[in-house]
Ligand binder design. Structure first.
Ligand code: GLU
Length: 322
């Protein structure tokens, strides 16, 4: 198994699958099929309040309708799973996350944080340019042990934060976007929320390690978040997987596709009579591997996969073209 490529598609079932999600799944599938590796489907339903089982069932149906199958993960239409690294739903994997948190704690890299969102907003300066990300000012790094004990004793809620000993030269290499340098660090990040839910960076790294993932294909919106994950791999002394971020998909007026936009959901396209081959041919065209969108079955596109020629620019998607 050492040399075998293991990829994964890791959707958050908080809405219907749209063309942007399907595009990332298509590329993850194609890369693995091209290399003769294994694809894992992992359902990222950490926050059960924001995700719904009918969405992940829908995601599985949509993937199979497109012809994108997986080798490990939940089964569509029946209970049970295939694969040896399950459960494949993050909401069932708390034990693993707790063990990884303990491993980080043992190195002194975790501290309790009592700050509310409002506290952080009040204490930090200008917000980051990107969607309301605030730099954590490090308030609770400086608490004494006695103070921590007292506050916990008073029943104050706390999250667990990663003590990020940030190296200014932190970089990683993405197989599409090349050498990435951290340009803004939002500071020590949360590993476990105060409501006990494990946070995405911890869960994703714990899972990708435990599932022996070698290649991570996902949207370019996670290029920055990857730095936190690189920091965790380093702290846990595990080798980095290959990162393959793929261009984001936008509406003609420049907005990122959202799960709330019904017009680009696979379900609505299917209901309109759009064929899966039309969608896959469009994806291969977006990638730059077909001169024009021509209907094609997933397996007929495997031979076209080539990361070095994947276009890097964001994709404009007009669902009316389908
Ligand atoms: N669950 C994330 C999403 O749906 C993807 C995380 C990942 O691929 O690392 O956006």
């Amino acid at each position: 198994m050492a040399d075998m490529m293991r990829g994964r598609f890791a959707p958050t079932p908080s809405g219907e699958m749209h063309l942007g999600n399907a595009w990332a799944a298509f590329l993850a599938w194609l890369q693995v099929r091209r290399a003769g590796g294994s694809l894992v489907l992992r359902i990222e339903d950490l926050d059960l309040g924001r995700t719904r089982p009918e969405f992940y069932r829908g995601i599985m149906e949509d993937l199979l309708w497109l012809g994108l199958d997986w080798d490990e993960g939940p089964l569509s239409g029946e209970p049970g799973v295939k694969g040896n690294f399950g459960p494949y739903r993050q909401s069932r994997r708390d034990e693993l996350y707790a063990a990884v948190l303990t491993e980080l704690q043992a190195q002194g890299l975790v501290y309790p944080c009592f700050c509310s969102r409002a506290d952080i907003r009040a204490a930090s300066q200008a917000p980051h340019g990107v969607e309301g990300v605030w730099r954590y000012p490090g308030t609770c790094r400086r608490l004494s042990e006695a103070e921590v004990r007292a506050r916990i004793g008073r029943g104050e809620k706390f999250s667990s934060r990663f003590f990020w000993q940030l190296r200014p030269e932190l970089t990683y290499t993405d197989l599409v976007y090349g050498l990435r340098r951290l340009d803004f660090a939002a500071g020590d990040f949360i590993l476990r929320r105060s409501d006990g839910i494990y946070a995405y960076p911890l869960a994703v790294v714990a899972d990708d390690i435990a599932m022996h993932i070698t290649h991570i294909v996902r949207g370019a919106d996670l290029l920055e978040a990857t730095f936190q994950q690189v920091a965790l791999y380093e702290a846990l002394d595990r080798p980095l997987p290959r990162f393959v971020h793929v261009p984001m998909v936008y509406t003609p007026d420049g907005k990122r596709l959202a799960k709330s936009q019904g017009s680009v959901s696979l379900k609505s396209l299917r209901a309109r009579g759009v064929r899966p081959e039309a969608i896959l041919g469009l994806f291969a065209f977006w990638a730059g591997w077909l001169p024009r969108p021509e209907p094609a079955a997933a397996r007929d596109l495997v031979g076209l996969f080539k990361l070095s020629t994947l276009l890097k620019a964001g994709v404009i998607c007009n669902p009316e073209d389908l």
